[in-house]
Design a binder for this molecule. Sequence first.
Ligand SMILES: Cc1cc2nc3c(=O)[nH]c(=O)nc-3n(C[C@H](O)[C@H](O)[C@H](O)COP(=O)(O)OP(=O)(O)OC[C@H]3O[C@@H](n4cnc5c(N)ncnc54)[C@H](O)[C@@H]3O)c2cc1C
Length: 241
Amino acid sequence: MPDNVVQRGARRVYQGVIEHVTAHNADTRSLLIRVPEVNEFHFVPGQFISVAIPIDERRETRAYSLALSPQDGQPLEICLNLIAEGVGSHYLFGLGPGAPLSFTGPFGLFTLEHPREYETVFVAEGTAIAPIRAMIRHALGTSGHPPLTLLYTAADQAHLLYRAEFETLASQHPNFRFEQRVSASGRLSALLDEIEARYVRADAGRERHFYVCGVGNDVLRVRDLLRAAGYARRAVEYERW
Ligand SMILES: Cc1cc2nc3c(=O)[nH]c(=O)nc-3n(C[C@H](O)[C@H](O)[C@H](O)COP(=O)(O)OP(=O)(O)OC[C@H]3O[C@@H](n4cnc5c(N)ncnc54)[C@H](O)[C@@H]3O)c2cc1C
């Protein structure tokens, strides 16, 4: 086993190194992480890693979604925003290129391994675009994918992350539609009326697949709206941070 991979119980602990830090805006960054002795880090788009946050003697961890697709290879990317008094995000914002980063994973069932049979709608807010970006990059790399729509909100343009990338992808892939919404709250709740109008009231069709990602109970409100409208449970996948 390479030196930088430690086996702890059944869990492999990877010792990554931050290769690059990208500032998206004043309070959102991407960390690009290289795991030197692993040629390929296997994961499914949508999965996350569990990052060690050393605080005094405690061993805290925080989950961060991988924001690139497996086909992108290394470095891996995580994207996070600074939370007031949040120990995990403050610790990670203190790290620069060359800093070590210990993590386990990948974990999680909020994934898109094979493009779905039906139109797929991704709904995200702010940094919760991270797992969905991995899914979209992956899905667009496969042939014959169904129509994909990204409905994405943030409080201002600067917090609509990867906007230029999604615009370019939409211009290159007629089957991918990127819908960006600046909203006062920047939260999924701002999309509820639109989701209801478009996917509940506009037609009786219920053959769509949804991936919803965000912070707190808004995620459950979107999920419940769609399921109550008749979409199958398994057709409404969600991840709540
Ligand atoms: C499966 C999973 C994947 C995740 N992936 C990411 C990711 O890719 N990028 C990312 O930034 N965070 C992600 N998170 C959240 C992350 O794990 C931390 O909770 C977050 O960074 C806050 O940690 P903290 O220690 O700074 O603050 P804490 O004190 O632990 O959290 C304070 C509060 O912030 C809320 N919160 C969590 N994430 C956010 C956020 N992004 N914006 C606003 N409030 C938030 C929490 O619900 C909590 O109530 C993920 C969480 C889960 C469960």
